[in-house]
Design a protein around this ligand. Structure first.
Ligand code: SDX
Length: 392
């Protein structure tokens, strides 16, 4: 036992820790944030309320919510030199590469919130990280399309501010579409935390050494980028586009079942859920609402619904308990909002930042937490003597 992680040779890469933040029942398809079911939070609350809940453990009173919204809103700008920092990237850089670099660079700007031993600095760093991640994400998008950066506006809510920073141009006023803002707010809530997934475990391991939270979140973004994790939403859209029409679905179902074919059905399966991912159900409903209210017809939604119907009746997927996960529908919603596929995982990172920060904070504030040091099962050579070149 290394203090924070309990190593059990029976597991290949599982590290475990104690946490009070998020509970998942993979067999029943249950997800609770601090004990509250995700569907109730998505129905009645908003993303910043969920942020407060994940960080502090209780739903905020009206005063606490107003104070928290105020604190977050007033940290949404980034240091003006970050704009020059972006100029070093190629315009065609993947926005996730830009996010890893720019979030890590925050530790080069905010020296007054990197001393993790100081609770005030921890709170300031947490507030700054949650507040600035949408601004950096919007900057990454604007930079990739050659448009000028848009500053945040303090009279807009968190999600509307993000949409405006992404889509406003100097030539005309931008009016936030409330349908898109509400759908994106729900997207953020659904992706906010998910106990010890790969990227959160990365943040905890990085933070266990005492590294500052900006550097830890940058490590989390790097881990999230992979197609087996947060990169899946981008991969789902590519897969649906490659399938193209419902009549081609059987070809891909067969490929997914073929052990010799590396192809996997993107957006299906999960390390923990062996039942329907509760977030996927809410995401599917949101996708339908957004497409209907925006008057968008997307044939890929028809392919997705038919693919899900066929897969859920296929003995391979039933036997292996493979169900749609949150990434299966999320991309169609983001596409309907006008975001490119390269921004999908960036939005996942924007949402998950509060989960990473809440889990990092919980670990740092645990007096018993130690540096993470997972062990290994050594399967290499036994000790042997050096061989001179003539004998190799
Ligand atoms: C996220 O951890 C989290 O909480 C992550 C996340 C979060 O909020 O942080 O929920 C977000 O990352 C969701 C997952 C997004 N990834 C994808 O959609 C990519 C496609 N899915 C697969 O790559 C896969 O399902 C994983 C990586 C998600 C899980 O892979 P595992 O651990 O192999 O899943 P498993 O052990 O349950 O697999 C059981 C069997 C295996 O076959 P056998 O070894 O038993 O022969 O099912 C197979 C797998 O090969 N399988 C699939 C499959 N997923 C698993 N076969 C075809 N298509 C798939 N999608």
């Amino acid at each position: 036992d290394t203090g924070m992680f309990t190593y059990d040779p029976g597991f290949t890469s599982t590290a475990s820790c104690e946490s009070k933040i998020t509970y998942i029942d993979g067999d029943e398809g249950v997800l609770l944030y601090r004990g509250y079911p995700i569907d109730q939070l998505a129905e009645h609350g908003d993303f910043l309320e969920t942020c407060y809940l994940l960080l502090y453990g209780e739903l905020p009173t009206a005063t606490q919510k107003a104070d928290f919204d105020y604190r977050i809103t007033r940290h949404t700008m980034v240091h003006e030199q970050m704009a020059r920092f972006f100029q070093g990237f190629r315009r065609d850089a993947h926005p996730m590469a830009v996010m890893v670099a720019s979030v890590g660079a925050l530790s080069a700007f905010y020296h007054d919130s990197t001393n993790i031993a100081d609770p005030v600095e921890r709170m300031v760093a947490s507030t700054r990280m949650i507040a600035k991640i949408p601004t950096l994400a919007a900057m990454a998008y604007k930079y990739s399309i050659g448009q000028p950066f848009v500053y945040p506006k303090n009279d807009l809510d968190y999600t509307s501010n993000f949409l405006r920073m992404c889509f406003a141009v100097p030539c005309e006023e931008y009016k936030v579409n409330p349908v898109m803002s509400r759908a994106l707010d729900r997207f953020f809530m659904l992706h906010a935390d998910h106990e010890q997934n790969a990227s959160t475990s990365t943040v905890r391991l990085a933070g266990s050494s005492g590294a500052n939270p900006f550097a830890c979140v940058a490590a989390g973004i790097a881990s999230l980028w992979g197609p087996a994790h947060g990169g899946a939403n981008e991969a789902v859209l590519k897969m649906l586009a490659e399938i193209g029409t419902p009549d081609r679905i059987p070809i891909y179902i067969a490929k997914a079942k073929d052990k010799n074919d590396p192809f996997r059905l993107m957006g299906f399966g999960h390390r923990v859920y062996k039942n329907y991912d509760p977030r996927a159900k809410i995401m599917q409903r949101t996708t339908r609402e957004v497409l209907a209210e925006l008057g968008v017809k997307d044939d890929l939604l028809d392919v997705a619904i038919e693919l899900e119907r066929i897969a859920l009746h296929d003995e391979y997927f039933i036997e292996k308990k493979l169900y749609p996960n949150i990434d299966f529908y999320s991309g169609i919603t983001l596409k309907a909002m006008g975001l490119p596929t390269t921004m999908f995982t960036v939005l996942f990172a924007v949402a998950r930042t509060v989960g990473w920060i809440a889990q990092w904070k919980e670990m740092i504030e645990d007096p018993g937490s130690k540096i993470g040091r997972p062990r290994q099962l050594y399967t290499g050579e036994k000790q042997r003597d050096y061989l001179p070149m003539s004998k190799r």
